[in-house]
Design a protein around this ligand. Structure first.
Ligand SMILES: [Fe+2]
Length: 185
């Protein structure tokens, strides 16, 4: 079971982070797959392949699957990661903020990291998601068999496993923003 932890709102000004994100990087599954020849021969390639084939088989229109990512040091300050690491008593490895727009699904997948084997040498990998926006009707996040919906702004969820399968879907009128943190203890 994923664990719902304390609230970060007193530690990190998420509204300030959200209002200064700037332009995100579009993650477009169809484009990634069209350019598969340029993907390195890494676990990511196999993950994309599996996600692509699973979605295609399930009947998704692949061109409908996209989201946006924002990164620390570019779209939000690295101090956010430092504060978050301190708050969760873990050591930072990487973070990103995702945005899923109304009507979009980021279906069943897991986040493969090419550096996971290297990082596992450092300690136990630990993954968190923080619900950094005020609750928005229709914004759902699913980790394994648990649905996270309508959580108070700033709530952290600690994943059962860093590579759990998960999905995000937005059936409402506003985008869903989530902060993701991978670290180790
Ligand atoms: Fe993901």
């Amino acid at each position: 079971m994923a664990k719902v932890l304390e609230n970060t709102l007193s530690t990190i000004d998420w509204n300030d982070v959200l209002s200064n994100l700037g332009e995100g990087d579009k993650r477009d599954v169809a484009k990634i797959w069209d350019n598969k020849a340029s993907l390195p021969d890494t676990p990511s390639y196999n993950a994309y392949k599996e996600v692509f084939e699973r979605c295609e088989k399930a009947g998704y229109r692949i061109s409908d699957i996209y989201w946006y990512d924002y990164f620390s040091g570019k779209n939000y300050p690295e101090s956010v990661d430092n504060k978050f690491a301190k708050f969760t008593e873990s050591t930072f490895l990487r973070s990103w903020i995702s945005r899923v727009d109304p009507g979009r699904n980021v279906p069943y997948h897991w986040d493969v990291d090419d550096r996971a084997d290297e990082w596992k040498e450092l300690g136990e990998l630990i993954r968190f998601t923080c619900f950094i926006d005020a609750p928005k009707w229709g914004s759902a996040f699913i980790i394994e068999d648990e649905l996270f919906y309508g959580l108070e702004q700033g709530t952290i969820v600690e994943w059962n496993s860093w590579d759990s399968y998960h999905a995000a879907t937005v059936a409402g009128k506003e985008p869903q923003y989530l902060y993701h943190f991978l670290g180790y203890v």
